[in-house]
Design a binder for this molecule. Structure first.
Ligand code: AMP
Length: 719
């Protein structure tokens, strides 16, 4: 029902009243239109009083408010052009300043009171006083009450104070996930210092460089082995085992403006940057989260996120500030997926926060979120079909948006089934502004860069005033100058006031929720021997997943092997930043102005991936053949050598989960942790067969049973 070539018509005519015909007295009467065949038709008539605009629009596509907005914008442009005909068109705004400021003001009426003088320690002390005997935290070892957790963190804080005097020093936190890690985190704050979270699984060189950049005074850890990266370093280790039971720290006056933590994120110039976040920003954040999405003392939250990702702060601290219970999942259980579902299915957990990737995995592993269960989802765009599946049984889902630089989440939105996915509105005491190229508030519907201001703003990048000055700028909107963080996210405001995130301005990408600057990997890659030029891109694989692809132009006469590149990168970069496929090129494609043309980089052919360069040892036994078939299918390879390991194949955690799920489906009694213990197909098959076909564990239902909503009725024996 539409014209094939044009959908919009713009017509300018002189009004009949102005027409003259010699010798005749002329009168015209407009002929009312009964139908229009354009989606949008603006008819402009010059009449004696000025300009009359008739707008016809297809009401299935546009709403009245949008069309009226455009007519107002047109009027503003014409007025500005008449006022100063010399100015370039690009300088003319489509919005009158008052309208622009009104958009900003309306969207950001978020002022709320909270205790601006409190530190995180104050908040938690209050909870301890009110809930001393209630369960605070559960891990694989058991449950601690609020009082017990406080005693443990007191003893650790006293120990930290004895080793790191003063206040406001950075203390690295390098502990296995569990109540001990939480007590350590609280202890660093209680001791008056700032914690720098480290995941012991990241490469030693990266952890060491983070400690150096953050000018860490000491490392809090449970053993020299966990903090193995610091070996040979002069950095003192504070061993949690040295804490004296019953000891209490000296009270310290900590300003709410002091950094509570410094969390490192990928840096485009080759080294990670540390975001320093003050207590006050986190206190405001937690108060806002307790209201929306909401959390109360009767809730139990299952924490699944690594401490190096700032969203873990919500998981670890929000329950504690409200007297709720926190359950800390082990890293292996999160990777396994099924273990997580087992814990969720016990029925006591009421809230969980995860990235879309992890939510997808939990659904695949058989979890059915029921009414009354609250899901927080964020870190990357929420796919509409995932939202639909998560809410199918009436559970509550929230889309959470925000960068580390503005304290965990800056916007939230309860996702309603069937509604478009948006990030909703700013949290308490937070401003969101979508700015156009000229740094002015963009009109409703126009795409611009999302900028964030308010009480969530970080102090900046630790010891990087240069980077801080570029990202956190003072901008005048109207007469009021304000500090805003430029997110690099493209966004637009919808007519209903909600904000949609549309992509990135730069080359920052998200992979399974991890924030990655492609530039950081490229810088590392270019520094490797044999590499002349390099590029990295995130590409979809045939299997639907996305993977990082490395593109290398070798130095003339050299041919750096993908395995060597992978190995060299893995020394400095975490697993999720290592390209999984490689392409050798003679030159990098360029755009007209000589920049890298990322879109023109070829998709890696099968032959370009790392895998075929490995052993290619064919499977022999029946079990090897069955396992190899599954691995090949999940990894999207034709064939996989049975002596290649998960590590040389560069298999990521999501793929491990998928493989484990399919092995279960195929009746193979093997799971994710078996894959880590026996990382090649040959080893895994031998392990399987060594049990002589007699499952060492009770038989378990297949994945299909989970999908059908059946509960796993038998559990593995306690380990
Ligand atoms: P991080 O600092 O790791 O939290 O990453 C922040 C970035 O992740 C944002 O600037 C966005 O690009 C992206 N992001 C986070 N949450 C969302 C969301 N709910 N929807 C879309 N993008 C998101």
């Amino acid at each position: 029902d539409r014209l094939p070539l044009t959908e919009i018509e713009f017509n300018l005519e002189k009004d009949s009243a102005m027409a003259e015909m010699p010798g005749l007295k002329v009168g015209f009467r407009p002929n009312a239109k009964r139908a229009v065949n354009f989606d949008l038709f603006f008819n402009l008539a010059e009449i004696s009083e000025g300009l009359r605009i008739d707008a016809h629009y297809n009401a299935d596509l546009y709403d009245e408010e949008t069309v009226r907005g455009w007519t107002r914008a047109y009027e503003t442009v014409l007025a500005a052009m008449v006022a100063d005909p010399e100015q370039p068109v690009a300088a003319v705004s489509t919005l009158a300043e008052a309208d622009r400021l009104a958009i900003g003001a309306e969207m950001n009426a978020t002022a709320r009171t909270y205790d601006r003088q409190a530190t995180l320690t104050d908040l938690i002390d209050r909870s301890v006083a009110a809930h001393a005997g209630d369960p605070a935290v559960e891990d694989a070892e058991g449950t601690l009450t609020y009082a017990a957790l406080a005693a443990r963190s007191d003893a650790l804080a006293a120990l930290i104070q004895s080793r790191v005097p003063g206040r406001g020093q950075r203390v690295a936190l390098c502990l296995p996930r569990g109540a001990g890690m939480l007590a350590g985190l609280l202890a660093v704050l209680k001791a008056g210092h700032t914690y720098v979270p480290l995941d012991p699984r990241q490469p030693a060189a990266r952890l060491a460089s983070i400690c150096e950049t953050a000018e860490v005074a000491a490392i809090l850890t449970d053993s020299a082995e966990t903090a193995g990266f610091a070996e040979g370093d002069a950095l003192p280790l504070i061993l949690t085992g040295d804490a004296e039971e019953g000891a209490t720290p000296e009270p310290v006056q900590v300003s709410p403006e002091q950094a509570a933590y410094v969390i490192f994120t990928s840096g485009s110039t080759g080294t990670p940057k540390g975001v320093a976040v003050p207590h006050r920003a986190v206190v405001n954040f937690l108060a806002s989260m307790a209201e929306e999405p909401g959390l109360s003392a009767s809730d139990t939250l299952l924490a699944v996120t690594t401490v190096m990702f700032d969203i873990a702060v919500l998981e670890l601290l929000l329950p504690l500030t409200k007297g709720a219970k926190l359950v800390i999942a082990k890293t292996e259980d999160v990777i396994d997926g099924f273990k997580l579902v087992e814990r969720l299915n016990r029925g006591d957990v009421t809230v969980m926060q995860a990235t879309p990737t992890l939510w997808d995995m939990v659904l695949t592993a058989g979890f059915t979120p029921a009414k009354g269960f609250r899901m927080l989802c964020g870190g990357e765009p929420l796919p509409a079909d995932l939202a639909q599946r998560l809410t199918a049984q009436g559970a509550e889902l929230w889309n959470m948006y925000g960068p580390t630089e503005t304290t965990i989440w800056s916007a939230v939105k309860r996702v309603e089934p069937g509604q478009p996915i948006t990030i909703g509105h700013p949290i308490a005491n937070t401003e969101l502004h979508i700015l156009d190229d000229a740094g002015q508030i963009a009109p409703v519907g126009a795409t611009g860069e999302l900028n964030i201001g308010g009480d969530g703003l970080a102090l900046g990048y630790f010891n990087r005033d240069d980077l801080t000055a570029t990202a956190f700028r003072t901008i005048s909107l109207g007469d009021t100058p304000r500090k805003l963080y430029a997110t690099g996210d493209l966004a637009r405001r919808r007519a209903d006031g909600e904000i949609e995130v549309l992509g990135r301005i730069d080359t920052q990408v998200k992979l399974r929720g991890f924030r990655i600057e492609l530039g950081e990997i490229e810088t590392r890659l270019r520094a490797l021997p044999g590499v002349d030029k390099a590029a990295v891109d995130l590409r979809a694989r045939g299997t639907g997943d996305r993977q990082l692809v490395g593109y290398v132009v070798p130095v003339a006469g050299q041919d750096p092997a993908p395995e060597a590149l992978t190995e060299a990168l893995a020394r400095d970069l975490p697993d999720y930043m290592i390209p999984r496929a490689w392409v050798t090129l003679s030159s990098l494609p360029q755009t007209g102005n000589g920049k890298l043309d990322r879109k023109a980089l070829p998709d890696p052919a099968e032959s370009a991936s790392v895998t075929p360069l490995h052993s290619q040892v064919a499977p022999e036994t029946e079990t090897e053949k069955r396992i190899a078939g599954i691995w090949a299918k999940v990894l999207g390879h034709e064939q996989i050598g049975v002596t290649d390991t998960l590590f040389t194949l560069g298999v990521d955690s999501l793929a491990v989960f998928r493989i484990a799920a399919q092995m279960l489906d195929a009746g193979l009694d093997l799971e994710a942790r078996d894959m880590f213990a026996h990382p090649s197909i040959r080893q895994l098959a031998a392990f399987h067969d060594s049990r002589g076909g007699e499952p060492a564990r009770p038989a378990r239902p297949s994945l299909k049973d989970f999908r059908n909503g059946a509960r796993r009725n038998e559990r593995r024996p306690a380990e």
